[in-house]
Design a protein around this ligand. Structure first.
Ligand SMILES: Cc1cc2nc3c(=O)[nH]c(=O)nc-3n(C[C@H](O)[C@H](O)[C@H](O)COP(=O)(O)OP(=O)(O)OC[C@H]3O[C@@H](n4cnc5c(N)ncnc54)[C@H](O)[C@@H]3O)c2cc1C
Length: 326
């Protein structure tokens, strides 16, 4: 027996109608959890108070329109139609062919329902759905793990983690808890970034992201005076927890306008750098980062880039040690 949710946005009838739609989109057998047990309605209802508040009106009008068409065609409300009648109405919505309703609005409402259903079933329980991890249990998904072993990475089978299923809460994370800033870094003081330089630098890194972050300590430990100029915000461990719903937001929005507006200017089909990542015609200038990739660096290039950048960082260190110019 599942709990009746305390509704925040939906009326009781809207919740019943939406649950009837979701139940047809994710039908279950008696042995499987259904959308009510998994808690899709509490998830959507809560999201409509906040992240999806701008979809509230679409739900209101869409659910009322489905009732209207159900009354016209089957003389009863949507939630009281037979499963076959409900399927016909939902298919009409998907195709945008229900009467007296704008076709593109219908299709958009169907897409929203599908996306919210998937999130309510399978996003972390922290968001209000996937109750008792039932969605993940149904999928056989182990939930949130910070890492896989080498064997798990190479396995051709799904990684099951011995049947243990972890959520954000199991790892001690909470959406309510403010992000934890990185632990103190000796000598780090962001205010120094706006003060005049205290002396000459051997290396100036423009951008301290994945590659700059690896290369800076290598060069500094070798005795070089390194300055990093970074335009972006701090990312801490919490920014990278494998929370798929959070990541979706992170990728869509939180990367920031600067990231989303960037067009890499280095990327050319002909060669800009040599094998040490030094720019051909500009002594002392190196491209230590994904900008050396001739095409989109989106397909898990990071370990290769790290290897390239670490090798390239060895070169100025060796030159300096031998007394040569950088
Ligand atoms: C959503 C997403 C998922 C990814 N997943 C994977 C994955 O699973 N596996 C994998 O191998 N790779 C993955 N990648 C790719 C990986 O993130 C990149 O290859 C890697 O970050 C490249 O490192 P980089 O140092 O060249 O660039 P970045 O890490 O982007 O660092 C560049 C830095 O320069 C800063 N900057 C830019 N302009 C300026 C300026 N004018 N002044 C000062 N600072 C500046 C930026 O703020 C940034 O911090 C993913 C990328 C994205 C976007």
């Amino acid at each position: 027996m599942h709990e009746t949710p305390n509704l925040l946005v939906f009326t009781a009838h809207e919740a019943r109608t939406a649950e009837a739609i979701f139940a047809r989109m994710f039908p279950s057998t008696p042995d499987e959890p259904d959308v009510a047990e998994i808690g899709v309605i509490p998830y959507v209802d809560r999201a409509l108070t906040d992240a999806y508040a701008d979809s509230t009106e679409m739900y209101r009008q869409g659910l009322a329109a489905l009732d209207r068409v159900a009354e016209q065609q089957y003389k009863t409300r949507f939630a009281d139609c037979t499963p076959a009648q409900q399927d016909a109405l939902i298919s009409g919505l998907e195709r945008g062919s229900l009467p007296d309703m704008d076709s593109s609005v219908q299709k958009r409402f169907f897409d929203v329902l599908l996306a919210h259903l998937q999130e309510g079933l399978f996003a972390d329980p922290e968001y209000g759905g996937n109750r008792n991890k039932l969605g993940w249990k149904w999928l056989g998904h182990p939930g949130i793990w910070m890492e896989n072993s080498a064997e798990e990475n190479l396995s051709a089978e799904p990684v099951t983690k011995g049947g243990i299923i972890q959520s954000l809460a199991d790892l001690g994370y909470s959406l309510e808890k403010p992000l934890v800033e990185p632990d103190g870094i000796p000598g780090f003081d962001p205010r120094r970034s706006v003060e005049p330089p205290t002396g000459p630098a051997d290396v100036v890194l423009v951008g301290v992201g994945a590659m700059g972050g690896i290369v800076a300590p290598l060069l500094a430990k070798a005795g070089l005076r390194v300055v990093g100029l970074e335009a972006g915000p701090w990312r801490s461990k919490e920014s990278f927890i494998p929370d798929e719903l959070g990541s979706a937001y992170y990728c869509r929005a939180n990367m920031g306008p600067k990231f989303l507006a960037e067009v890499p200017r280095w990327r050319r089909s002909d060669s800009v750098v040599n094998a040490e990542l030094a720019v051909h015609d500009t002594p002392g200038l190196y491209v230590l980062g994904s900008a050396v990739c001739p095409s989109c660096p989106g397909i898990n290039p990071t370990l290769t880039l790290w290897a390239l950048c670490v090798r390239a960082a060895d070169r100025p260190v060796a030159r300096l040690r031998s007394g040569a110019e950088l």
